[in-house]
Design a protein around this ligand. Structure first.
Ligand SMILES: Cc1cc2nc3c(=O)[nH]c(=O)nc-3n(C[C@H](O)[C@H](O)[C@H](O)COP(=O)(O)O)c2cc1C
Length: 217
């Protein structure tokens, strides 16, 4: 089972990248093969319908779409900006949502956030679920928001709070097990019989009806 992983922050000292690294090591411990990307590889201009129609996706968007298509699941650490999803991440979701088949559709996603605040970015995570689920992703029910993240990490990259560390380990192991179970139906290399895959795809395909016609990649 192949998992793409990235933190949606460009900052060198990103707390979300530190949390992502921890998540990646726990996903590997649970048996996943993980492709770690840098958000900078997915840099894109603001979504522009004219540029989309005339030129299609910018290179950063194509890179994210193809890395997603090659994966069964996504581990995403996303900062909260002004009580919501960071604009750069929403912009990336929107660009990639123009590709057909929809790269987000059927992807199992585990959401994490890290913030120095006592809320840990959980409000942003609730906002991040919305466009991803709208695009047909299977966002794992539990999410992990790390409060006081500037003081939470031990020098070895684990969490000082051992109970919290165990919760994350258990949660990510559960996510990997569920993603493994659904990957044959709707993962990047789904192996279930074609009629079953089509049935799942059609059931998750809401976004295509809402959007203007998109090109196939
Ligand atoms: C524009 C902006 C808005 C922010 N809004 C919030 C917020 O609503 N809630 C919060 O907990 N932290 C907020 N923060 C602080 C971020 O949680 C903090 O900068 C965090 O370290 C960003 O993630 P990173 O370290 O991965 O870059 C905001 C930061 C910026 C730059």
């Amino acid at each position: 089972m192949r998992v793409l992983a990235f933190a949606a922050s460009l900052r060198k000292g990103s707390l979300n990248r530190r949390l992502l690294e921890l998540g990646v090591s726990l996903a590997r411990e649970a048996g996943a093969e993980v492709d770690v990307a840098e958000f900078r590889q997915f840099e894109m201009p603001m979504y522009d319908g004219d540029a989309d129609r005339e030129e299609g996706l910018p290179p950063g968007g194509r890179e994210l779409a193809s890395r997603l298509q090659a994966a069964d699941a996504l581990l995403l650490a996303a900062p909260e900006y002004n009580y919501s999803i960071a604009g750069s991440l929403k912009n990336a979701i929107d660009w990639v949502s123009r590709v057909r088949p929809m790269p987000w559709r059927g992807k199992s996603i585990y959401l994490m956030s890290a913030a120095p605040s006592p809320m840990g970015g959980v409000r942003g995570l609730w906002q991040t679920r919305i466009p991803l689920e709208g695009c047909g992703a299977l966002v794992f029910p539990d999410m992990f928001a790390l409060a006081h993240a500037d003081k939470a990490f031990a020098p070895d990259g684990t969490l000082h709070d051992t109970a919290l560390m165990e919760r994350l380990r258990k949660d990510i192991a559960g996510f990997v097990r569920l993603a493994e179970a659904v990957a044959p139906l709707c993962g990047g290399h789904a192996t279930a019989p074609a009629p079953v895959r089509r049935q799942v795809a059609e059931a998750l395909e809401n976004e295509t009806a809402l959007q203007p016609q998109a090109r196939r990649q």
